[in-house]
Design a protein around this ligand. Structure first.
Ligand code: NIG
Ligand code: FE
Length: 429
């Protein structure tokens, strides 16, 4: 099979050391001012300095050559935390919050997450698929090539399975790699109001086994929060999930410190997410246990909360990833470029640290650290060309997407429609 050579690119990539990158490794990237990437089929064959690569490949081996015009090339984003599978966003609720309404108060009144549950339960599977697919395609145009999608707006066995079928179908019918997560413990559904124990019983006894039998999810997640699910509930649910072969994730300490970060460390969860209110001791326990901290600055933005202490996390060696948390309520954005900008400007990550957070560490947070998230030989050829010279343009050119082209598994899936449009390409060999 002939290879394609992408040359004249400013290549930036995390360097994988075999584990999530924490502490000083959080900002460890390789870059080449005049770099190149050689792709064979869906895989990366070589990456590095253009001259060295040209010297190493024979012209007959190269089927096509693309001049990237000096644009910055980075790995495709991995968005490791989304709730993309819903019908419509709750814009009115956002307006009420701007007027002072509280997020958890909405939920207590049966709104918030529960109003999305009512809508998803009522929706036909085809309609839910179209809505979810449209949003996934928006993610792709913004540079996301791997996305985690949670259920959690069904909250019954049947409706959760409907969501998980839709999520799997998005993986089959779009170029995106999709990682499905079962979030049956997102809220207590109306039919169990006042009886969370009864719902946890159903979840562990019926929903989880059905999800596992169908092979419909890779991870199980729990929204651990005051008035939602307690630490004891989460311990029970995630223990059962592990026994059924699913990895653990936790929505931890988003609004109150209930000890979710500590539980993630205790269980060896793959990630704990949000962490706005987590204690320093529990963050340190996560670092020691190798749990990735998935930060969701667009949720902090939309809820007008202080951002998670990302700098402190890096200082204590906790690997940081970032995600959109795209959902109909607390964070309505598909944009990893926006999240990248918030990570740098509001959370104080360096450009290199944010790049690792949005690619390699994000890949580790969904169990794909050895497959996605960096540009290296043997990895899937998921990469982006940016209209800029460094990944810093993602933060600098705000409110728009500097993502010019998106390549998934070696194929152009969005952007400059032909190599010629990128400027200065030619067919070779
Ligand atoms: O991660 N916090 C819980 N779940 C989502 C919000 C879901 C919703 O508001 O619909 C989150 O922010
Ligand atoms: Fe979330």
């Amino acid at each position: 099979m002939k290879a394609t050579l992408y040359r004249n690119a400013r290549v930036w990539t995390p360097v994988d050391a075999g584990t999530p990158a924490g502490g000083p490794l959080q900002g460890r990237v390789a870059s080449w001012e005049r770099g190149a990437l050689l792709c064979r089929g869906d895989r990366i064959a070589r990456v590095g300095d253009e001259r060295e690569i040209l010297a190493a490949v024979t012209p007959v081996d190269v089927g096509a050559e693309v001049d990237c015009g000096g644009r910055c090339m980075i790995p495709g984003f991995v968005d490791p935390h989304t709730h993309l599978c819903f019908t419509r966003p709750r814009e009115r609720e956002f307006l009420s919050r701007l007027e002072g309404a509280g997020y958890l108060e909405e939920l207590k009144k049966g709104g918030g997450i529960l109003s999305s549950v009512a809508a998803v339960r009522a929706a036909g599977e085809a309609e839910l698929f179209e809505a979810t697919k449209a949003r996934a395609e928006a993610c792709l145009r913004l540079g996301t090539t791997t996305v985690e999608i949670k259920s959690g707006y069904g909250l019954s066995t049947e409706a959760e399975l409907k969501q998980l079928r839709v999520i799997a179908r998005v993986g089959r019918e779009t170029p995106l790699s999709v990682v499905p997560t079962f979030l049956g413990a997102h809220a207590v559904p109306p039919e169990f109001q006042g009886d969370p124990e009864g719902y946890v019983e159903l979840l562990v006894g019926e929903m989880l086994p059905a999800v596992a039998r169908a092979g419909a999810a890779r991870f199980c997640d729990v929204f651990c929060e005051e008035g939602v699910f307690s630490i004891a509930h989460a311990r029970r649910i995630l223990g059962a999930a592990r026994a059924a072969g699913l990895g653990a994730k936790i929505h931890a300490d988003e609004i109150h410190d209930t000890g979710g970060a500590g539980l993630a460390a205790e269980l060896g969860a793959v990630s704990a997410d949000h962490l706005l209110a987590a204690s320093e001791a529990n963050l340190a326990a996560m670092a020691a246990a190798g749990v990735v901290a998935v930060l969701l600055p667009a949720a902090a933005y939309s809820l007008r909360k202080p951002y998670a202490p990302a700098r402190r996390m890096v200082e204590i060696g906790l690997p940081v990833a970032v995600a959109t948390d795209c959902n109909p309520g607390s964070s309505f954005t598909e944009s990893m470029p926006f999240v990248f900008g918030l990570s740098v400007v509001q959370m104080g990550l360096s450009v290199a640290e944010a790049l690792v957070a949005a690619t390699l560490n994000a890949a580790y947070a969904v169990g794909l650290g050895r497959e996605a998230g960096c540009l290296a030989p043997g990895r899937r050829a998921d990469f982006l060309l940016l209209d800029g010279e460094t990944p810093g343009v993602l933060a600098f050119h705000a409110g728009v997407s500097p993502v010019r082209s998106v390549f998934k598994a070696g194929r152009l899936v969005h952007g400059a429609a032909s190599a010629a449009e990128l400027g200065g390409s030619r067919e070779a060999g």
